[in-house]
Design a protein. Structure first.
Length: 109
């Protein structure tokens, strides 16, 4: 059984805000059209920057992408990929940084 991003956060609705609109919209389309239901949901909360970028790419084809993104912005999602964007502490960030200290040549850039 695949647990999607939507399912993962259902238990946290009281804390993160109402996901009812997104669940209702997602219920109108086949699960096969929802990338976070047909792929490993861990991609949307991955540690690996390349996995996060892959999840963002998969969201582009999602029929509820705009609703997902708008809801995540309103709820100020603490983390994860939502609507094709990476959230950290409630804001969209361009990319996930790899673990560890930045390389010296990256810090100068
Ligand atoms: S936009 Fe991405 S995270 Fe949101 S429902 Fe679609 S696949 Fe899942």
């Amino acid at each position: 059984m695949t647990i999607s991003v939507l399912d993962r956060n259902r238990a946290d609705e009281a804390v993160q805000g109402d996901l009812g609109d997104l669940h209702d919209a997602a219920a109108q389309v086949d699960d096969e059209l929802l990338p976070c239901r047909t792929n490993d949901a861990e991609l949307w909360f991955a540690e690996s920057p390349s996995d996060v970028e892959f999840a963002k790419t998969l969201c582009r084809d999602c029929p509820v992408q705009a609703l997902c993104l708008n809801g995540a912005l309103e709820r100020r999602e603490p983390w994860g990929v939502w609507g094709g964007e990476l959230f950290l502490q409630g804001v969209v960030i361009p990319r996930k940084r790899p673990r560890g200290r930045p390389r010296k040549d990256e810090a100068a850039a």
